[in-house]
Design a binder for this molecule. Structure first.
Ligand code: SME
Length: 151
């Protein structure tokens, strides 16, 4: 299966899991599980915006840093820019926060509500260059579904 086919196959499941659910943490928990299982990523999870920092939310994978300051690391950069950040080689990203030395590439997608970033979806891969515009397209759709209050 291509990655596009995999995303297309999990979208109905994600929509069903989101339907009628208003609790963002519950939605994040199931989305992390679906993505992690479908793609076999190294780390799949969320950080929530709390004041001037990001605080760890639901995730699948090894333990991770609990707090990330605004503008720091890939996650804090996505928060600051309010846009998706794709990093093909995390070792070349100035300020990358290495929660795990096994991670080699990363994508961070902001979750927006009323034009504000309220959380980020962070995915790490042990391969280099795992993420591209296809991931961005689908992950931004999925992030939007987490943000809406009721589908
Ligand atoms: N690498 C991230 C930190 C979070 S962990 O990857 C789970 C960053 O640079 O923001």
């Amino acid at each position: 299966m291509t990655k596009q086919e995999t995303y297309k196959s999990i979208l109905p499941q994600i929509e069903a899991l989101m339907a009628g659910e208003t609790d963002m943490i519950a939605k994040m928990a199931n989305v992390a599980a679906v993505l992690h299982e479908a793609f076999g990523f190294w780390w799949t999870g969320f950080y929530r915006v709390e004041g001037q920092q990001l605080v760890l939310g639901p995730f699948q994978g090894p333990i991770a840093c609990t707090r990330i300051p605004y503008g720091k690391g890939v996650c804090g950069t996505a928060l600051k820019r309010a846009e998706t950040v794709i990093v093909p080689n995390v070792h070349e990203f100035a300020g990358h926060i290495a929660c795990s030395s096994a991670s080699n590439s990363e994508i961070v997608v902001p979750i927006m509500r009323n034009k504000q970033v309220i959380a980020v979806l962070d995915i790490d891969s042990t391969d280099f260059g795992t993420f591209d515009e296809t991931d961005q397209l689908y992950l931004e759709q999925i992030s939007q579904q987490i943000s809406v209050l009721v589908i």
